[in-house]
Design a protein around this ligand. Structure first.
Ligand SMILES: Nc1ncnc2c1ncn2[C@@H]1O[C@H](COP(=O)(O)OP(=O)(O)O)[C@@H](O)[C@H]1O
Ligand SMILES: [Mg+2]
Length: 454
């Protein structure tokens, strides 16, 4: 006799097999469609996941760039402030040094330098002033208000030279590995300043690696910044070819929070006798003054990489080569010279007169314009300063060219963010010269501009 529970089991089995049969037939008839649907769903799932990852990455990179932008704006503000103070302080310092020396001269006629207490005290004043002078020099470099002569440089060569200097200051436990992927590529720069970048980054790496030493890797490569590149869009790095200098160490690394502060002047984590906190501030200033960019990647315990982007000099300006000729070319043409700094204007006037030219000096651009408007044919070439309070050199040049479009104009500048050679030439200016102008190079430039008149 069958138990009621057996009946139940059988019924259940039957029900299951009927359902199974039904499903099988459903599966059979819908199978290809179902499979396709599943594949589609899987595909869109994958796409969604990829999109999520992409968005997360974009958000992270936007955050990082925003931080870098904020950082560079902060540095800009500190730089402007520090530069202004340093400039004024430099003038005060010149007076302190000048008058101390004069005072010593007066004294030496009356008493012996070795025994005179006041003269000794003045020696100390001068010694302290020397230190202040060095400090001002560093601050001016950081704030980019110091003008350094720039020439076309082979970056690989300058960096290799600097590394051999650095080698002697590193312990044996530090190994330097270089990977230089360029040869003759040029930048427009100042060799001393590029040396300073390598020395400062290298010295920091040495400290970060400590007693046990480590590996200092120095690489140079060439990269192209595209207009759509985030570095170009957000960090305002002009698109174009760059030489990328990488200095990496496997030292202690840094916490993220610290990365926002390391370029600040006087930020240091080192004991007083080891760090001034000016190293990276100076490097930052130098890189900016070369129209470049510096970024840093670091992780505690893993090490640090500094990336320095410097614009590659592609077209070698013709004028740079002529200043190497030995003979100083002379002339007798008539020059209109404009510089708002009377002392500089007088000095440049004398310099050009010493080359044989007839020079009319103006310190006011409006007066210069008036003079030229009256007698435009009385001048053969015009030399004007760029940065002047009432009217800058580029605007003046445009007015002058409206009066006489064939007048050759040479635009002279210290460091001005308002203009560069390409922009100057686009206005119709014939040549562009970086101050301070040496006698030999200005002689060559004036002669070249005059001789290439149509
Ligand atoms: N390669 C590096 N690894 C780890 N920390 C670094 C590195 N470079 C710089 N730092 C940190 O940044 C700080 C500021 O550097 P810097 O401006 O050169 O000043 P200083 O070296 O005089 O302290 C250092 O004190 C250090 O804490
Ligand atoms: Mg340092």
């Amino acid at each position: 006799m069958k138990k009621p529970s057996d009946h139940k089991t059988n019924r259940e089995q039957l029900r299951q097999s009927i359902i199974g049969l039904g499903e099988k037939s459903i599966r059979k008839s819908y199978y290809p469609e179902l499979q396709q649907r599943i594949a589609e769903l899987e595909q869109s799932n994958r796409e969604l996941q990829e999109e999520i990852i992409e968005r997360q990455e974009a958000q992270a990179s936007a955050k990082k760039l925003a931080r870098q932008l904020q950082q560079s704006q902060k540095m800009e503000a500190i730089g402007t402030l520090a530069g202004g103070i340093a400039h004024d302080f430099n003038n005060i310092l010149s007076a302190i040094i000048g008058y101390s020396e004069l005072a010593q001269l007066h004294m030496l006629s009356d008493c012996d330098r070795k025994t005179c207490a006041a003269a000794k005290d003045l020696d100390r004043v001068l010694l302290a002033s020397e230190r202040a002078k060095e400090l001002v020099r560093q601050i001016l470099t950081f704030s980019r208000q110091q003008d350094y002569e720039r020439t076309p440089l082979k970056l690989s060569q300058v960096v290799t030279d600097a590394l051999s200097l650095l080698r002697s200051s590193l312990p044996q436990s530090v190994e330097i590995r270089t990977k230089i992927e360029i040869e003759d590529e040029l930048i427009m720069g100042n060799a001393t300043q590029i040396h300073q970048i390598v020395m400062n980054l290298g010295t920091n790496a040495k400290h970060a690696m400590g007693e046990g030493g480590g590996i200092l890797t120095v690489e140079i490569d060439r990269i192209e910044i595209e207009p759509i590149d985030e570095k170009s869009k957000i960090l305002q790095l002009a698109p174009g070819p760059y030489l990328l200098l990488k200095v990496c160490d496997n030292g202690c690394g840094m916490e993220r929070a610290m990365l926002d502060k390391i370029f600040d002047p006087y930020f240091t984590t080192k004991p007083k006798d080891q760090g001034t906190g000016m190293g990276l501030a100076v490097v930052h200033g130098i890189v900016k003054s070369h129209n470049g960019l510096i970024t840093v990647y670091s992780e505690p315990g893993k090490g640090t990489s500094f990336l320095v982007y410097l614009p590659q000099l592609v077209d070698l300006p013709a004028k740079k080569t002529i200043s190497y000729s030995k003979e100083i070319p002379l002339g007798t043409e008539r020059i209109l010279l404009i510089d708002d700094e009377a002392m500089v204007a007088r000095m440049q006037g004398r310099l050009l007169e010493s080359l044989g030219y007839i020079v009319t000096v103006k310190t006011d651009p409006f007066q210069a314009l008036e003079t030229f408007t009256d007698v435009p044919q009385d001048f053969d070439v015009i030399l004007t300063d760029m940065t002047m309070p009432k009217m800058n050199g580029a605007v003046l040049a445009q007015h002058l060219l409206e009066i006489r479009d064939d007048i050759p104009i040479i635009l002279c500048t210290g460091f001005s963010e308002l203009i560069n050679e390409t922009k100057a030439l686009a206005i119709g200016v014939r040549a562009f010269a970086m101050k301070p102008l040496m006698r030999k190079s200005i002689a060559a430039l004036v002669r070249k501009v005059l001789d290439s008149r149509p």
